[in-house]
Write a protein that binds this ligand. Structure first.
Ligand code: ZN
Ligand code: ZN
Length: 194
């Protein structure tokens, strides 16, 4: 390390790349949950790729779909990791398996930015490595607490809290915040009537 270490107290915002990768990783993990699985068929896969377009080779076949589905429990592990050490080990394992080697790339409308896998690496490896690089940012800034499970009683979806005051409690997928508030309101009404 030749650069002077200049970590300041200012921890947010993360780079755009990191924020985007975290949001996309959460969206992928949340394709399976208590309310079912929305990444099952090739048509589902097409929808997923339309929502999260990836540069590089995309095969859109069953084998690729299965490899992406299999990533979900592995990536969820970051939300349930008991500490930074466990999360760091997961990052290192993914980067190793994806044969990650950082380089700068410039493509489409994107100016120079970091890539860690070659465009012809498998889509699962590329998604996993991109997620790992984002988790790496959370680990080195000691912000893993930004990864949360939805606070609604009937939801286990994951969320990434990038708010300045660290106040986000519900996932984006369902209507969990509203639903929980309505349930609490009804419970209060019941108590008042009783
Ligand atoms: Zn790129
Ligand atoms: Zn939720």
């Amino acid at each position: 390390m030749t650069l002077k270490h200049t970590m300041s107290g200012v921890k947010l915002p993360f780079s755009h790349d990191t924020e985007r990768a975290l949001a996309e990783t959460a969206a992928l993990v949340n394709t399976v949950g208590l309310d079912g699985d929305t990444l099952v068929t090739l048509a589902d896969f097409d929808d997923f790729l339309a929502r999260s377009p990836y540069s590089g080779v995309v095969r859109r076949n069953h084998e690729e779909l299965e490899s992406i589905r299999a990533l979900r429990p592995r990536l969820r592990n970051f939300w349930t990791a008991k500490d930074r050490d466990e999360a760091a080990a997961l990052v290192n394992q993914i980067l190793d398996e994806a044969d990650a080697r950082p380089y700068l790339a410039r493509h489409d409308e994107w100016d120079w930015h970091l890539h860690v896998t070659r465009p012809d690496a498998s889509l699962a490896d590329r998604i996993a490595a991109e997620a790992a690089m984002a988790f790496l940012d959370l680990i080195r800034t000691d912000e893993l607490g930004r990864l949360r499970i939805c606070a609604a009683a009937d939801c286990e979806d994951v969320l990434v809290d990038l708010s300045k005051n660290s106040s986000k409690r519900y996932c984006d997928t369902g209507n969990c915040g509203n639903r929980t508030n309505v349930a609490a309101y009804r419970a209060r009404k019941r108590l008042q009537r009783a």
